[in-house]
Ligand binder design. Sequence first.
Ligand code: GLN
Length: 283
Amino acid sequence: MHSIKSVLREAAETLVLVSDSALLDAEVLLCLALNKPRSHLRAWPDRQLPPEQLGVFTALLEQRQQGRPIAYITGTREFWSRDFEVTPDVLIPRPDTELLIELGLKLIPADCPAKIIDLGTGSGIIAVTLAAERPYAQLSATDFSLAALRVAQLNADKHRINSIKFYQSNWFADVPAMQFDLIISNPPYIAEDDRHLQQGDVRFEPLTALAAAEQGLADIRTIARAARNYLKPCGHLLIEHGYDQQQSVQTLFKDLQYDDIQTYADLSGQPRVTYGQWKSSSL
Ligand code: GLN
């Protein structure tokens, strides 16, 4: 009949066409329909589903069959061990971006009242995580999208962070003159003609958060150039980029006279974040 076990097996079979993690997706959706944790599915595999819950599950499953990402269906995604709200107005948090946090935390000592700005904050994962991990820091965050800023504010509230100053701004365009210890960003960096933009979950994400002109480098260039006016002497710049952009981002940073340029690899070994320090005293 409609036992948890049989429903999951069937659902996973229908999802293999759209997902690399069909069984996991089916489990997550069933948990949402039942309002139970995953342990419940393991503990009660033979429990029969009442028609009402089966109906809810079928509706959720259909959304996934049409390609809608799990995070947009459930409305949440975990990042750095915290749950964040996500909507189609923002990029879905990726594990790759935890590298930015790891490096940022190394640069900012725990008891330091450092000034930090997160550019293109989206769901707010970077600003909120840094604010939570570094309670003495003064965080600012920007996004040109008002809808994204609403999601970021929601996430700040959810994690009881009330110290982030949000700006609706296209990169630095509307950020008042200030000097930061750390400028950090996960900007759009995929080339506009990259065929991955037409495949899988990314089709449902905001294109403006994913793709940039000049083979994906235009926004990184804008940020790195303007950041020089907003960094304290010896301030730090950390930017996430594509696995194949290490060379171009390093060249860009060199041309802009950053020092100590280094690129770091993410958990899957791909060059993912480039660092530069602003030592020059004036432009
Ligand atoms: N790393 C993401 C991807 O490959 C892109 C995120 C971004 O553009 N900032 O889908």
